[in-house]
Design a protein around this ligand. Structure first.
Ligand SMILES: Nc1ncnc2c1ncn2[C@@H]1O[C@H](COP(=O)(O)OP(=O)(O)OP(=O)(O)O)[C@@H](O)[C@H]1O
Ligand SMILES: [Mg+2]
Length: 452
C-alpha cells in the first residue's frame, strides 16, 4: 500500500510549489507591465498637455503681436513676450518627452521648425513696427505666410496629440490585459492549489489508514504472543506441579521400599546375629565381641535408614498429623542448630497435599535459616482462621534482597509454586540485616480450579 501512496506524495508537494511559483511569476509580470503602462500613460498625458499648452502659447503670442501691430500699444508686447518665452521652455520639455520615442521625433522636429518659423515671422513684424517701418510690417502681415505657418503648427500638434492619445489608450489596454492575466492566473493557481490540497488530504487519509492497519496487525500479533505466553506459562506451571507430584510419589515409593525391603533385610540380619550370639555363648568371647560390634553397626544402619525414610517422606505427617510433625521438625532443627525456636502452632484442618506443602515450606525455610541467616532467634507460627490458614517462619538474621534472590537456588521458587498450586499466596519479606519472614496463606479446602 505504501508504494502506491509515495508517488502521490511526490506529486502533491511539487504541484503546490509549482502553483505558488506560477502565481508569483504571473503577478510579477503583471505588476511590471502595469508599472510600464502607467508611466507610458503619464508620459502621453504630459505630452498632450504640453502640446495643448504650445497651441495656447502660439495663440497668445499671435494675439499679442497683432494687438501691438494694430494699436502700437506697448502693453500688447507683454503677453507676446511671455508667450514666446514660455514657448521656449515648452519646446524643451517636449524635446525631453520625445527623446525616448525616436519614431515620433521626426514629427516633433517638424513642429518645432514650424514654431521657430512662426516666432521668427512675428519677431520680424514686431521689430519693424517698433522701427516705424509701417509699409514693411503691413506687407509682412498681409502675406499668407503667418497663417500657413499657424495652420501647419495646429495640424502637426493635432497629429502629435493623436499619437499621444494612441499611446495612452494602448497603455490602458495593457493595464487591462495585465489585470485580466492576473485574474486568469489566480483562478488557475487556485484550482491547482485546491487540487494539491485534495491530493494531500487523500494521501494523508491513505497513510492514516495504512498506519491504523499496521497498528491493528501489531496489536493482533501482540495479543497472539500474549496468549501464547499465557498458554506456555500455564503448561509449564502444570508441568512443574506434575513433576513435584511425581517427585513426592517417587520419594514415597522409595521410602516404602527402603522401609519394607531394606528394613526387613536389616531386621533379619539383626535377628541372625542375635541367634549366633546366643549360640556362641561364652565359648569364643572374641567372636561374641565382634558380633556385638556387628549388632551396633546394624543398629546404626537401621537408624540411618529411618532418617533417610523420614527425610524422603515424613512418616510423622501421616501418622501424627501436621501439627505434631511441625513440632518435631522445629525441635529437631533447634537441637541441630542450637538456635532458640519459638513456636506458636494452632491445630489446622488441611488435605494431605496442603499439609505436605506447609511441611515442606517450614522445612526449606529452616534449612535456609541454618545455611544463610546467621540468626539468633527463630519463630514458627501457624494460625487457623477458619476458611484459611497462615504459616510464618521468621528469623532475625542478616536477611537478603528479596527482589534479587539466587537464580541457582530452587528452594524459594519451589515454595512459591507449591503454595500457588495449592491455591494460596506466598509473601517473602526480607531486608539486609533486618531478618527474613516467609509467610503463606492457604485455603483450608482446595479451590475447584486447582483441584486436579
Ligand atoms: N532466611 C534467610 N536469610 C538470609 N538469606 C536467605 C534466607 N533464605 C534465603 N536466603 C537467600 O535466598 C537465596 C535463595 O534461597 P533458595 O532457598 O531459593 O536457594 P538456595 O538455598 O540457595 O538453594 P536450594 O534451596 O535450591 O538448595 C539464598 O541463596 C540466600 O542467599
Ligand atoms: Mg534453600
Amino acid at each position: 500500500m505504501r508504494w502506491f501512496s509515495i508517488p502521490k506524495m511526490a506529486i502533491s508537494l511539487p504541484l503546490a510549489v509549482a502553483a505558488a511559483c506560477v502565481l508569483v511569476g504571473i503577478n510579477e509580470t503583471a505588476y511590471k507591465r502595469s508599472v510600464d503602462a502607467l508611466s507610458s500613460i503619464s508620459e502621453a498625458q504630459q505630452t498632450s498637455s504640453e502640446l495643448n499648452k504650445l497651441l495656447q502659447y502660439m495663440l497668445d503670442a499671435e494675439t499679442g503681436q497683432r494687438g501691438y501691430l494694430l494699436t502700437g500699444d506697448a502693453r500688447y508686447l507683454e503677453p507676446y513676450q511671455l508667450a514666446t518665452s514660455n514657448l521656449n521652455t515648452n519646446l524643451d520639455t517636449l524635446r525631453r518627452l520625445y527623446m525616448p520615442h525616436p519614431e515620433e521625433l521626426a514629427g516633433f522636429a517638424m513642429l518645432s521648425r514650424s514654431v521657430q518659423g512662426k516666432l521668427a515671422e512675428m519677431d520680424v513684424s514686431v521689430r519693424l513696427r517698433k522701427q516705424g517701418n509701417d509699409d514693411a510690417w503691413k506687407f509682412v502681415l498681409t502675406t499668407d505666410v503667418g497663417k500657413e505657418q499657424m495652420d501647419a503648427i495646429r495640424n502637426q500638434s493635432y497629429q502629435l496629440i493623436d499619437v499621444s492619445r494612441h499611446r495612452l489608450s494602448s497603455g490602458q489596454s495593457q493595464i487591462t490585459q495585465s489585470l485580466q492575466l492576473s485574474r486568469i492566473g489566480i483562478a488557475i493557481v487556485a484550482v491547482i492549489g485546491l487540487l494539491a490540497f485534495y491530493m494531500y488530504l487523500r494521501q494523508t487519509n491513505a497513510l492514516k489508514a495504512v498506519d491504523q492497519r499496521e497498528q491493528q496487525s501489531l496489536q493482533r500479533e501482540r495479543d497472539l504472543l500474549g496468549q501464547q505466553v499465557k498458554e506456555r506459562t500455564a503448561t509449564l506451571a502444570e508441568l512443574a506441579t506434575h513433576l513435584q507430584q511425581v517427585r513426592e510419589e517417587e520419594r514415597g515409593h522409595l521410602a516404602r521400599e527402603l522401609h519394607d525391603e531394606l528394613g526387613a533385610l536389616l531386621t533379619a540380619a539383626k535377628l541372625d546375629v542375635a541367634r549366633l550370639k546366643s549360640r556362641m555363648g561364652s565359648e569364643s568371647p572374641d567372636a561374641v565381641q565382634r558380633l556385638q560390634h556387628l549388632t551396633e553397626t546394624l543398629n546404626s544402619v537401621i537408624a540411618l535408614k529411618r532418617r533417610i525414610i523420614e527425610d524422603l517422606r515424613p512418616s510423622s505427617l501421616s501418622n501424627l498429623g501436621l501439627h505434631a510433625s511441625l513440632e518435631i521438625l522445629t525441635r529437631e532443627f533447634g537441637d541441630r542448630s542450637g538456635l532458640p525456636v519459638t513456636t506458636n502452632l494452632e491445630p489446622v484442618e488441611l488435605d494431605e497435599s496442603s499439609q505436605l506443602t506447609v511441611y515442606r515450606l517450614v522445612q526449606e525455610s529452616l534449612t535456609n535459616i541454618g545455611k544463610y541467616a546467621q540468626a539468633s532467634q527463630v519463630t514458627v507460627s501457624m494460625q487457623n482462621y477458619g476458611g484459611h490458614i497462615s504459616v510464618d517462619v521468621g528469623d532475625d538474621g542478616r536477611g537478603f534482597d528479596s527482589s534479587h534472590f539466587s537464580p541457582s537456588g530452587h528452594g524459594l521458587t519451589g515454595m512459591r509454586h507449591r503454595v500457588e498450586a495449592a491455591g494460596g499466596k506466598l509473601t517473602i519479606t526480607s531486608s539486609v540485616s533486618g531478618g527474613t519472614h516467609i509467610s503463606a496463606v492457604l485455603p483450608t479446602s482446595k479451590p475447584a480450579a486447582s483441584a486436579t
